[in-house]
Design a protein around this ligand. Sequence first.
Ligand SMILES: Cc1cc2nc3c(=O)[nH]c(=O)nc-3n(C[C@H](O)[C@H](O)[C@H](O)COP(=O)(O)O)c2cc1C
Length: 185
Amino acid sequence: MAHVLILYATSEGQTAKIAGEMVNHLREMGVGATRKDLESWPGIYEASDFDAIIIGASVHFHQYPKEIVAWIETNLETLQNRPNAFYSVSLSEAETSDDGNARVEDYLTRLIDHTSWQPDYVASFAGAMRYNELNGVRQRVGQFVSWRTGGETDVTQDNEYTEWEHVRMFSAEFANYLKNKQTTA
Ligand SMILES: Cc1cc2nc3c(=O)[nH]c(=O)nc-3n(C[C@H](O)[C@H](O)[C@H](O)COP(=O)(O)O)c2cc1C
């Protein structure tokens, strides 16, 4: 059975939650899956122990965390030698206007240009706004980002915009891709 590593970088937890949903769904489809927070990487694992790798990262201040970008650069060969994918988590994805799409496109293009990684699959998911995890300037910026994307600006409650069906479609597509690769190998 193929085993997928989902390695993610998160600030308020939504990228981790999405990784958790993917792990459950991949397992339901008969694919082994483990999720790991980059903060506690490498622990007992090596990326090369896995048959496939999915990287997840959320956007803050128009960029992905520099730690995950550095990890991609350092592990580019390992990534490219096996089935791989990237998922982006942002509030711009929740925005229905062209501005939101353009911003997501820009985040992804800059990551790909910077690392030279061409993921086999790329997905962009709407995230959440966890005001309760934020304070001071970060909460204010979070509120502004929510307002800009047409989201909730009441800081007394957290809001989730992720479309779980979209996440499950992505993991199903990746599982099928893996299975096809294995049968043609
Ligand atoms: C301080 C702050 C800055 C953010 N900046 C952006 C941004 O520039 N673009 C964007 O699309 N989303 C932005 N977001 C929204 C996050 O991408 C969203 O909250 C996401 O779900 C965070 O994922 P995480 O919980 O895994 O860190 C920002 C959120 C916060 C709190």
